[in-house]
Each structure stands twice: as structure tokens, then as C-alpha cells.
Design a protein around this ligand. Structure first.
Ligand SMILES: C[S@@+](CC[C@H](N)C(=O)[O-])C[C@H]1O[C@@H](n2cnc3c(N)ncnc32)[C@H](O)[C@@H]1O
Length: 403
């Protein structure tokens, strides 16, 4: 193996790596890393080697990720393949021990940085596995990853292993890439907490069910009471709606701007004949419009779920979820019953938990609304959180009770 280039890194990166943060973002230092090098040894300001990095010069933001802080780094690089296998095995074993995951077909086998496999996410979707690369670095190691997965799950055939490039650069956002055939499509059903969902691989960026939200869905069992009325805003393919119906909700209204997702939701409902679709109403419109319409119709709900995209555009300007919450909370309050609850999510690392809670408290104060914080929700069992890495702790939910 050629000698690994040793490169100085930005003083802020030095500090962050020492705190456990595994990313080197684009700056005057990382932009000078030799492009062709797969690995980089990061040097501190006193020219001491401090970490072995995996390098991705094509990524818009994250130019390199920490693979190891264990010296000697040339040895770590030489044994890189064995290192991947060992880390995959540890991650798989962790999930095998987790009893809560037995109640669903969908869970993360690997959750990137928190499993010490930076930028690599692996989802188990019943008898399929979806391997997601958030850095194109992993492309070179596709077959070793696939083989290791198949050693642990020997029943997995090649066609049931899917690869997808994801991430921030346009180049990475191209269509999913399958292990065997880039043009192939796959449709199948999976079970989560006794409900069936339609999954589509190969046809769009997302496959139809947010697995990182599964443990949160389960927790909402505490709040959605039989006979309650539920409003699910930004419902996507309806996972929260079906779950509310399964928990005995008397009436569920689902809202999404996208006709494609509402159609998908209806297909999901059809897969679960024990749910009474007469108790479900779907509205294909914006959440804001739906809230006005429901208020005009004097509809009231006991529980509201609000999970907006972290930022959205109306074609002219971009609005972040946090900015839209003042208007949304004011409108949701008008259709929420006394003692009712709303769960409001924020799906971004850019706002800390503390800042999120403070912003919501300020909004409630300005609107002169009385709510009590009943619970904080975050990523669950299969989606661990790495200390010192706020980017990995992106999901924040607050359950607010009207008092
Ligand atoms: C983060 S996903 C919601 C995921 C969903 N809560 C789940 O767990 O399955 C965001 C959804 O909001 C929808 N959306 C985006 N802007 C919207 C708007 N202004 N009003 C209603 N839905 C919108 C998108 O079509 C997408 O389905």
C-alpha cells in the first residue's frame, strides 16, 4: 500500500474530532487533500497524526469521515477490509439482541457513524436488505459489504440486496443502483406492529416507510386512545394514520400535498382489511389549507401528528419547518379538543433540542396558548446516537398537551 498522505486539518476540525465528531467538512484545509487518495491521515496543529480518514473529494460538504483514531494508522488502513467486516458484525449482533425489533420487519442493521461505519446505512426490509451510501467512498467496497451481509443472512439472494447512493451532492442523488441491474424495480409488503405496508425499491428516492420513525410510532401507543379522533399532517404513505386506526381511533384524517403518497396510503389501507376505511379521510392539499378547511367545517381532534419536511418550497421561497411552526401551531390549536395533544416533529440537526424547545415555548407564549410538554421523542433502538455528533441526532419530537 502507498504511503497515506498526512494532511493538516482546520483547527475547528481538530477540536471536533477530539470531541468525537467524525466529519471533516469542506474548508481551505480539506479542499487541499490529494483528490486521488482513498485515505488521509489527519494531522493536528503540532503535526501529530490524530485520525485515519476515509476520503470523498466529490461530496459537497463532508470531504472526509473518521475511520479510526487508533494509531498506527497505516496498519488500520492495511486491515481496512477486516475492519469493515468486524464493525458490520458488531452492528448486526447488536440488532439481534434487541427484542423490540422482533415486532417489525423493518429496522436499521447499521446506522452510519453511530455504528462506526461512517456514511453507511443498512436497512433490513423483511427478506430484503437496502444498503445506503451517503458517501461514494463505499462504492469500492460494495462487494465486501454484500458478502458480509450474506454471511450473516445466508437466505438473502443477490436480487434481494439493494444499493442506493444518497446524500447531498446532485451526483449522489441519482436513481437507486441495484447490485445486479440498475433498471430493476421491486414491490413487496412488510409488517410493522401487525400492519402491512407496500414497499417500492428502485422507483423512487424513498421506499415508502420511514424506518427511523418506527420506534416513535410505537411510543405513540401511550397517547392515541381508543375512540379518539386523529389528524395526521404531512402523512406521506400513512404509517401514523394506519397505526392510529390499529390502536382503535374512531376517525383519522390524513393530509399530504402529494397525490402519489395519498394513493400509496390508500393502497396501504387496502392491505389491512381489519382496518375500517370508512373511518379514514384523506385530504390531498397542503397542511395549512387543510387546517383552515377543517376549522371551517368545525372539525375537532383529540390527537394531531405534525411531521413537516425540514424545509419546503412553494416554488418561490424556502421555509424551514421551525419557521412554519408559529402559523401551524396557531392553526392546529383551533382544531384540537381541550386536553387534546399534538406531537410536533423537527427533522433536522441544524436546530438543537434546546433551541427547538425554546422556540416552541416562545411561540406558545406569543400566541398566548397553554400547553404542557408531556414527552420528548427521539431516535430509537436501531438508530443509535453518537456522542459529540449532533448531525446524527436529527429527529426531535415534542408531545404537547392542551391545558
Ligand atoms: C417527512 S415526510 C412525513 C413522514 C411521515 N410522517 C411518516 O412517518 O411516514 C413529509 C411529507 O410532507 C409532504 N408535504 C410537503 N409539504 C407539504 C405541505 N405543505 N402540506 C402537506 N404535506 C406536505 C410530503 O409530500 C411528504 O409526504
Amino acid at each position: 500500500m502507498n504511503k497515506i498522505p498526512e494532511c493538516l486539518i482546520h483547527p475547528i476540525s481538530i477540536k471536533l474530532i477530539r470531541q468525537g465528531h467524525p466529519w471533516i467538512t469542506a474548508d481551505n484545509f480539506s479542499n487541499r487533500f490529494p483528490r486521488q487518495s482513498e485515505f488521509i491521515v489527519a494531522m493536528d496543529d503540532r503535526k501529530r497524526p490524530m485520525a485515519l480518514l476515509i476520503h470523498d473529494p466529490n461530496h459537497k460538504n463532508v470531504k472526509a469521515r473518521v475511520w479510526s483514531t487508533k494509531y498506527p494508522f497505516d496498519r488500520e488502513a492495511q486491515h481496512f477490509t477486516a475492519g469493515i467486516q468486524a464493525r458490520l458484525d458488531v452492528a448486526f449482533e447488536k440488532r439481534a439482541q434487541e427484542l423490540a425489533l422482533k415486532e417489525r420487519d423493518n429496522y436499521y442493521l447499521v446506522f452510519g457513524e453511530a455504528d462506526h461505519l461512517p456514511g453507511l446505512f443498512i436497512l433490513k426490509l423483511k427478506d430484503r436488505v437496502l444498503i445506503q451510501f451517503f458517501t461514494s467512498f463505499w462504492n469500492r467496497y460494495k462487494s465486501i459489504i454484500q458478502t458480509t451481509v450474506q454471511e450473516v443472512f445466508p437466505e438473502l439472494t443477490d436480487e434481494n440486496i439493494w444499493f442506493q447512493l444518497r446524500g447531498e451532492t446532485r451526483e449522489l442523488q441519482k436513481l437507486p443502483v441495484n447490485a445486479t441491474d440498475a433498471g430493476r424495480r421491486d414491490e413487496f409488503h412488510i409488517q410493522e406492529f401487525g400492519l402491512q405496508y407496500l414497499i417500492r425499491l428502485g422507483s423512487s428516492y424513498d421506499h415508502g416507510l420511514y424506518t427511523d420513525m418506527s420506534s416513535v410510532r410505537y411510543v405513540l401507543k401511550k397517547f392515541i386512545k381508543p375512540e379518539s379522533t386523529v389528524l395526521n399532517l404531512y402523512c406521506y404513505t400513512g404509517a401514523f394514520s394506519l397505526w392510529a386506526m390499529k390502536l382503535g381511533a374512531r376517525q383519522v384524517t390524513s393530509v399530504d400535498l402529494s397525490p402519489k403518497y395519498i394513493e400509496w396510503l390508500q393502497q396501504n389501507l387496502g392491505l389491512n382489511p381489519e382496518l375500517n376505511s370508512a373511518q379514514h379521510e384523506a385530504l390531498t392539499m397542503s397542511a395549512e389549507e387543510a387546517l383552515v378547511k377543517l376549522r371551517n367545517e368545525e372539525k375537532k381532534f383529540d390527537f394531531i401528528i405534525c411531521d413537516p419536511p425540514s424545509s419546503s418550497s412553494d416554488g418561490e421561497k424556502r421555509t424551514s419547518a421551525i419557521k412554519s411552526y408559529k402559523d401551524l401551531i396557531s392553526k392546529m390549536d383551533k382544531v384540537l379538543n381541550p386536553q387534546g395533544q399534538m406531537v410536533i416533529f423537527l427533522n433536522t440537526h441544524q436546530v438543537s433540542q434546546q433551541k427547538y424547545e425554546k422556540t416552541i415555548q416562545d411561540i406558545l407564549g406569543e400566541l398566548k396558548l397553554n400547553y404542557k410538554l408531556s414527552m420528548r421523542l427521539s431516535l430509537g433502538q436501531d438508530c443509535p446516537i453518537l456522542k459529540g455528533f449532533p448531525e446524527g441526532n436529527y429527529l426531535k419530537g415534542l408531545v404537547l398537551e392542551k391545558i
